[in-house]
Design a protein around this ligand. Structure first.
Ligand code: SF4
Length: 57
């Protein structure tokens, strides 16, 4: 399961840049997980997220 904690996300866009098929900015300017398919990319994005807002479990 890939998800983004909306309370932690600061909308930096790093995860969207790294995994454009996995994450998308929403109307609040935060990131949403839009696909569960690429766990490896999501893990990479999670490691690069400045606020540890991406949960991969
Ligand atoms: S990398 Fe983290 S803080 Fe930046 S947009 Fe993605 S989830 Fe939000």
């Amino acid at each position: 399961m890939i998800k983004v904690d909306q309370n932690l996300c600061i909308g930096c866009g790093t995860c969207v840049a790294l995994c454009p098929k996995g994450f998308q900015m929403n109307a609040e300017g935060k990131s949403d997980a839009i696909s569960q398919e690429d766990l490896e990319c999501a893990k990479n994005a999670a490691a690069s997220c400045p606020t540890q807002a991406i949960i991969v479990e």
